[in-house]
Write a protein that binds this ligand. Structure first.
Ligand SMILES: *Cc1c(COP(=O)(O)O)cnc(C)c1O
Length: 375
């Protein structure tokens, strides 16, 4: 990150809560290894600090999307076991080996390249295998399982782990979960003795049947809601405060923001926030007269965002604070203890994952707490 004055947005990350969340999930999945998914800069919290805190909590297996993220975890946690979900980039096997990263192989060409490297160096470098059981993204096709098995048996190679990914785990009663579970069962029966992994956060919370030997929570570690329509049991980890630049007076009948799509229907006090879509405050959180948008928490009250969110600025109606108006320089909470990242995301028609991973650039991060157990 570029140096900051600390005057912009403040993202506060509670590493103690992060560690508690990992331990709580590790209890739920007792009997299985609890990995930690730290892709996308650990869901916006900072891959370096988050990985260290998770390691201190007890995590030893980490999942990232890209090799660069893998290198970041390697630097932060030297003894981590790191799986790279994007698999093997063509020509990158030497880098993975040097960094001790395990590709999650998901296609025959990837498998061939990895096995060729193992043969060349006469060493069985570890890797995961990813089978697609119904999401149609990365993964060997189910019909390729025989070919994969045949290929590795001939060489006497065994993967570290065989995994798949659920499409609808956030809806525990969705029939697709049972279907994928059954298909995954048929895959792993072809790889006896190899640790298996199917569950993300929501799958972990859905039940033991989904745990196998390793679970892969991401969002729940960071306090986000994994399962819809249920109370979120995780401790909040991330709080975002953004600065109030100015308080202005608006008169009845005037409009607010680009497009003039919000008309004031009363004499109003408006707070101008120094934060906009360039910072990750999604435009879908804008509020018009016909459709309310997001809210931010100021001086003990949730105040509505009105008008279009612009690149650097957002307008909030603070009239209802009455005489207790905030001063310039004060922070407005966008998400945190008073408005959850998921409630904010709901208001913008998106998910907490997107809000967390959209944050960029113009804020400073403050870490509180550590991953260590309290005395
Ligand atoms: C992102 C991801 C996870 C973690 O998912 P959450 O819903 O954040 O718990 C697990 N497995 C795979 C393959 C992923 O891409």
């Amino acid at each position: 990150m570029t140096p900051t004055s600390g005057l912009g947005g403040q993202l506060s990350i509670d590493l103690g809560a992060l560690a508690r969340n990992w331990r709580a999930l590790d209890k739920v999945s007792a009997g299985a290894l609890t990995a930690a998914v730290v892709k996308a800069d650990a869901y916006g919290t900072g891959i370096d600090m988050a990985s260290k805190a998770l390691h201190a909590a007890g995590a030893r297996f980490f999942f990232v999307a890209t090799p660069d993220e893998g290198m970041a975890v390697r630097a932060a946690v030297p003894d981590a076991h790191i799986f790279v979900l994007y698999g093997l980039y063509p020509g990158a096997a030497n880098l993975y080996i040097r960094q001790n990263l395990m590709p999650v192989l998901s296609s025959i060409p990837m498998l061939e390249e990895w096995l060729a490297k193992c043969v060349e160096r006469n060493e069985a470098y570890p890797a995961g295998f990813h089978f697609d059981t119904g999401i149609n993204r990365l993964g060997f096709r189910l019909s390729e399982a025989g070919q994969v098995r045949e290929r590795i048996e001939r060489l006497g190679y065994a993967p570290q782990m065989v995994m798949s990914h659920l499409a609808c785990a956030d809806q525990p009663n969705h029939e697709k979960n049972r279907t994928q579970l059954a298909l995954f069962g048929s895959v792993i029966s072809q790889f006896p003795g190899i640790p298996a992994s199917l569950a993300n956060s929501a799958g972990l919370m859905t039940g033991r049947d989904y745990h196998f030997q390793m679970v892969r929570p991401g969002i729940a570690l960071f306090g986000g809601r994994a399962v819809s329509g249920r109370k979120n049991p995780m401790a909040p980890v991330v709080t975002l405060h953004v600065p109030i630049l100015q308080i202005t007076d608006g008169r009845i009948g005037e409009t607010v923001g680009y497009g003039a799509n919000y008309t004031l229907n009363r004499t109003s006090k408006l707070a101008v926030l120094g934060y906009g879509y360039a910072d990750g405050l999604l435009r879908s959180l804008s509020g018009s007269n016909s459709r309310p948008g997001g809210k931010v928490f100021i001086r003990g009250r949730l105040c509505p965002i009105i008008g279009r969110i612009s690149m650097d600025l957002t307008i909030v109606d603070v009239t209802d604070l009455g005489g207790d108006l905030p001063s310039p320089g004060e922070g407005a909470e966008v998400f945190g203890p008073n408005i959850s990242v998921d409630d904010q995301a709901d208001a913008g028609g998106t998910i907490g994952y997107e809000l967390l991973t959209s944050l960029k650039g113009r804020y400073s991060r403050n870490y509180v707490g550590t991953g260590e157990l309290p005395e």
